[in-house]
Design a protein around this ligand. Structure first.
Ligand code: FPP
Ligand code: MG
Ligand code: MG
Length: 324
């Protein structure tokens, strides 16, 4: 279990995140009013700012950090994330994001794709100010993001284990950027290579838990600010579905058939969601996610103790219990 953190520490983190927030909308801005509005659309809709939070917490493992560098590192991570969401919503044909109309729904696919590119370009300009090591990590992370998304789009090849394929997609499309956020935090504070290594392993693991939870609540929750069942409708098999597909229990066969059928109508999708919500695979997926969160927490053991480490441990609990 994690230790509670003091209100001084919480205030400190909130103050840094406030600085990030101001710079984020400035960086996403443009002299062209339409681009300014479209690029800030998803940023203004809200979001958990999970990657900036990791940058701030992980920046406590080294020495003194200039606010300017801390904010740059956090902004680069969030802009890259938001850019990927503009593209993701086009590919997933999503109409809701963060409780607001998705950019593709509002402005059309072409504009949404180009605004995603614009945000990524803005992130690239900012990361250049941090230095070559940051640019290299950012570039490698971007390659993994795209690689993961391509693997998801293509699905497992003949003979591939579907669960292994899914987990490698999750690691690449989400674990990579969250790991980079943890490492960026360490880097701006001049943390040692050993600490950076531990932060990277922690970030990768908690990032995977974050995505597994996200995929679970796509089925179980109606409070995500997204349309429930998007993965099912798009034919993306996530952990509960993969567990069901592997089940030989005769009681699961009917639901398996339902999931394999056409889910394009709202009615069929709703019946599939109801069936899954009532099935044992939801509890099994939750158990698996909990075990992985425990693994993430174990990576913290080699890091120096402190309130920032306690806050990271608390995040391991929060990503498991999240419902939005
Ligand atoms: C969300 O997955 C998508 C990602 C984590 C990244 C996908 C990567 C790209 C689209 C390429 C990156 C492009 C740029 C410009 C950086 P999801 O659909 O499971 O999540 P959701 O439930 O939030 O929609
Ligand atoms: Mg999506
Ligand atoms: Mg997607």
């Amino acid at each position: 279990m994690s230790q509670p953190v003091s209100s001084e520490f919480t205030d400190f983190v909130s103050a840094k995140l406030e600085l990030v927030e101001q710079e984020l909308s400035r960086q996403a801005g443009s002299d062209t009013p339409f681009i300014d509005q479209a690029a800030n659309h998803i940023i203004e809709a809200g979001g958990k700012r999970f990657r900036p939070l990791l940058v701030v917490l992980c920046s406590r493992f080294g020495g003194q950090v200039a606010d300017e560098d801390l904010v740059r590192a956090a902004v680069v991570m969030e802009l890259t994330h938001v850019a990927s969401l503009y593209h993701d919503d086009v590919m997933d044909e999503a109409d809701l994001r963060r409780g607001a109309e998705s950019a593709n729904h509002r402005y059309g696919n072409s504009v949404a794709i180009m605004v995603g590119d614009y945000l990524f370009a803005r992130a690239s300009e900012t990361v250049a100010e941090l230095g070559t090591d940051y640019v290299r990590l950012q570039a490698r992370t971007f390659a993994r993001l795209v690689q993961g998304q391509i693997a998801e789009t293509r699905g497992p090849a003949e003979g591939d284990d579907p669960l292994e394929h899914y987990l490698s997609v999750v690691a690449d499309k989400t674990g990579s950027l969250i790991a980079a956020a943890a490492v960026f935090g360490g880097m701006v504070s001049g943390a040692s290579p050993e600490v950076l290594d531990a932060l990277g392993r922690f970030g990768e693991e908690i990032g995977e838990v974050f995505q597994l939870s996200d995929d679970l609540i796509d089925i179980t929750s109606t409070r995500t600010g997204k349309t429930p069942g998007t993965d099912l409708r798009e034919g993306v098999a996530t952990l509960p579905v993969l567990l069901l597909q592997a089940s030989t229990d005769p009681a699961d066969q009917e639901l398996k058939k339902l999931l394999a059928a056409d889910l394009s109508s709202d009615d069929a999708l709703e019946r599939a969601l109801q069936g899954l919500r009532a099935n044992h695979v939801i509890g099994e997926a939750r158990g698996d996610i909990q075990r992985r969160a425990d693994l993430a927490r174990a990576h913290l053991a080699s890091l120096p103790a402190g309130e920032h480490r306690d806050a990271l441990a608390a995040l391991c609990d929060e990503v498991v219990s999240r419902s939005s």
